[in-house]
Design a protein around this ligand. Sequence first.
Ligand SMILES: [Zn+2]
Length: 686
Amino acid sequence: MRNSALAILLAGTLLAGCAPAPPAGPVPTPPMERVELRRPDLPDPPAVDGPLQLSVAYPPAGAQVAVRDSNFIFGATGSGQATLAINGATVPVAPNGAFLAFLPVPPDGVYRLQATRGTEAGALEHRVQVSPPAAPPGRATIGSTTPTGALAVREGETVEVRVRATSGAQVHLVLPDGSRVPLVESGAGAEADPGDDFRPASPAGRPVTVLYRALVPSPDPWVAADTTVARPRLAPLVERWRTERARLAQPAVETAAVAPVRGSEGRVLSPRAELLRQGGVALAPTAPRIELIAGIDTVRRPLRLNLAVLPRELPLAGVAVAPANATADWEVRGRIDVEGPFHYFWPAGTRFQITGERAGFYRVQLAGDLSAWVPVGDVRLLAPGTPPPASAINAVRFNAQSDYIDVRVPLSERLPFRVEETESSLTLDVFGAISHVNFFQYGTLDPLIRRAVWSQPFDSVFRVHVELQQPVWGYDVVFDQANALILRIRRPPMIDPEQPLRGIRVAVDPGHPPGGAMGPTGLQEAEANLGVALRLRPLLEAAGAHVIMTRTDPTAVDLGARPAMAVDSGAHVLLSLHNNAFPDGVNPFTNNGTSVYYFHPHSVDLAQRFQAELLAELQLRDIGIGRADLALVRPTWLPAALTETMYLMVPQQEAALRDPVVQERIARAHLRALERFLVARAAAQR
Ligand SMILES: [Zn+2]
């Protein structure tokens, strides 16, 4: 966004001073759009009164706007004395000439800006791309359908089909054999939209569609007529395995004549067609279709889906390979669902049992009803028939070092695992492992460990539960050369409550570049973040901390390198400084404010302290703290938080971020939060 937005400022699309003033009278701005524009605890932007120079920082010229109803537009006029109208609506201009408006998206994609300053007049036409309008109301439509693309399920499994379509219709799934499965309206509201997290209700102007659902038990393989639809990667494997099994099953001598068999519908099938009917791939397109009837309208659409059925007796396994974008804190990530959040982080070499495939992910079996979804590109398939990964566990040992305690779980192969935290305990689940543990040793009592136990809660889950004498500071999980799984529990640093930062190693990450938000007058988020970080560093050092900066100048630093720098340098705490931007469609006047993000439970208190101090200092709206899967808060080794102090698109907040006095206030609020976090942890050490 940074480069394209900057390009607009330089692209010479400015027409200031060469067009007549708007002929029609401006319409009044709705009162809602002034809400929260000016905050009393921030200074007003400085007065700027230059010649008219209209520019739009966002949306970038030519960009596709992701919403059709209303969106924000911001930029600058060059003068705080200017009056501005966009497509006829009056837009307030800040004293420094910046503006921000939340307006209906022009149907033709052209924002027409008209400004005056005394006798001077200027105009600018700013073009964006607008999505084509939805189907006219009243016409029956079929929207998105799932699943689409490649799907593989196990024999006997039920497939759920979902269709978004006009409400109040009759919707059926017509299977290849002509039988029909009704889909039931399940009443979900409007289609997902990037701004939905901020919307109280479905806005007017979007088509009313609802979700219809049906369960199809034990389907046969389906093949889409459209050959561009993705095929399951597991299908050829299954086909090879079936061919090989058929060959092995034939008598050694009589191979010429194979009697025809009858299909379940009584049709006579060739051996190959029968083979394929049962399993991996079918010969001809046999995809079901969706049929929708609403009033006099009937709409039909084939499912764009290739479905393979995996035989129960065929085990499938794979091994994790690190993708190109892997970082220090993960090599392969597993999701709860193909569209769900990342929840599992595994090293390369971890072995999986594979039980399905969907939309570019393999389903890997963890335990019982528990599975995870891993990108197909991150898994190398092992030969079909490879038994599921498994290991017996014979002994677990604790090994105390000065900075950490290792819990070593020896395995015969690298199994998937998951760590769950509470405030002062860690629970390690190893999937596919069974206990032969007679000896569970934790040696002389370590002052950090209150209690440690192992258990076998399910047939295939070995569990180690460690309770600590104080809150979790951090941990790591790795495999050693001998495939043993090591849970490394970090010892908290010694904290002096009188001088809490003394001797503490603090990693400070000024967010971006690359990327980042931009303000109406062109302030880059990366510059604002660095301004605060460079004021925070001497404050921390004066308090006795060792500061590790991920950058000290405008040079871009790779996102993945930043948390690695913090962890490798032995930092005790990681703070990433940011300022925020909204996705298209969100009203920035009513939604701007301060928020802080964390990922692991051991970082919640740190996030809360930052939020409290920033709110107390700046009195912006409280958006709250949230768990977010961001690279800078994902390391398990230390408490980490990412602060989003202000919204750069709000003119007063952009101007405040340029102001050295405000930068210093933001830095001091972060300093106080770190001190309070450490004092609270020091209390837990006594
Ligand atoms: Zn940012």
